[in-house]
Write a protein that binds this ligand. Sequence first.
Ligand code: B4P
Length: 190
Amino acid sequence: MFNLVLFGPPGAGKGTQAIRMAEKYHLFHISTGDLLRNEVKNQTPLGLKAKSIMEKGELVPDELLINLLWDAIHKQKRVKGFILDGFPRTIKQAGDLDHLLESEGKKIDLTLALDVEEDELMRRILHRAKLEGRVDDTEDVIKNRLLVYHKQTKPLIDFYSKQGKFRSVTGKDSVDDVFKKLCEEVDSFI
Ligand code: B4P
């Protein structure tokens, strides 16, 4: 089994790359952003709680997320591994994930980060807003999402570096070039 975390600030291209990586390496792609948007759409109890939090660009509480993720993982019985896109986003989520995986004799093998400057992130997300109209893709909310990333998510670089599992590639090139670099990292690892 090979479990990969795709890491990066909002708009870095995690979702874009995760879909391609999942196909190439036969991994099951789990995007917690997509899972949450689905809960919101279906107006489930979790979706009703998450909606206003996501609209402000804040993080949905850790205990809700770890349960959501763990359910998604357990629905897949015969997969070669997972590619986690947008999870973990806090130290607490990462610690809980490690414990749960460990209890089943599994682990995160590699964390690959996409490094992109903030003005490019803003440009990409505002462009996506025009195409998809996501409620959290407005300029003020994006600024808050970036602040939240720096405060709550960036410390994970240290968390995974200490475990010797962290690698970073530049995410500012074309989708194809970024994909190539990510694959080089995975290929040199496995
Ligand atoms: P996400 O759905 O994860 O949103 P994201 O960070 O914007 O996505 P991503 O980085 O994948 O960007 P994408 O590939 O689409 O999270 C949304 C919200 O859900 C969070 O704010 C939070 O509230 C909640 N949430 C999710 N997970 C959580 C967790 N674990 N804990 C708590 N809360 C959680 O790329 C962006 C755009 O750039 C796209 O339009 C794409 O086409 C473009 N693009 C990508 N690569 C490009 C490239 N190389 N060049 C040019 N454009 C590119």
